[in-house]
Design a protein. Sequence first.
Length: 323
Amino acid sequence: MSYIRTMLGDIAPELLGFTYSHEHIVCRPGHWADRNEDDLLLDDPEKSLKDVLDFKRLGGNAIVDATAVDYGRDVKAVKWISEQSGLHIVATAGFNKSFLWDSKRPQGNETYEQWIERSSIDELADFVVSEVERGMEGTDVRAGQVKFGTGYNMISPLEEKTLRAVARAHLQTKAPVHSHTEAGTMALEQIALLKEEGVPIEHLSIGHLDRNPDTYYHLKVADEGAFLSFDGIGKIKYAPESVRIGCILELVKRGYGKQILVSGDTARKSYYKHYGHGLGLEYIIGKWVPRFVEEADAAGFDGKALIEDFFVHNPRRCFTFKK
């Protein structure tokens, strides 16, 4: 039996539709709140809902919310947005990167770092399994993917610990696996560790690879069978869209179009239209997609067919539980 787990229940994969594969909808990360970094706090569900509705109005049907417990997840608020909008939203169990683990856990006085350090890998895996099979943060809302993260050009001992915990949770639940890479680094090292744990790499999506616009590197990752997430669309301060599109088309040219996911990782008020007058969740579907189709067609590809792959067919395969 195959299904995709959303915040409102399990659905048949063919119902997912046009999907953003890595976003943040409501989150209040303790690391940033402690430092009064207001731009990094998406703390108004009604404003977030307005951006979600912009996406839906243009044909969007689903969003994967990649917010893990250590990034200030708000399960009830995001479920409410799913109910109000009618969009399928996939929630995330697991962890982010160790950079964020200095904040206190809501459940007690210890930090995330202290909790992870004192817990065994299997205890952390049990926590992730419970979020997938029973519910997150005292609710009955179950996660639809499991996540871990690593740092810039390094994997700390505690990050390896959470990676192995998430790998073991995947093997028990069959939940899709997603990884955070810092600036697109350490993807191959992540894959090597997951293989040690017995995780089939075709169940893995790797985030932020467009932050490292290196086609040689992308091809090595693609050769392993993972999904490559180009989720920095609209963030021109890192690279112009021409660079991202060029990397994507090179992967397509080499036969890897079925392994590409596209999204925005829209995690700041200034990126949202209804918080900070930014490009908003409507940007990719409304403006980037037409540009990509134009450039792909000019390069001799079928742009519309590629968009169907990146936003419909590939997410459908990537986020499916296969038991």
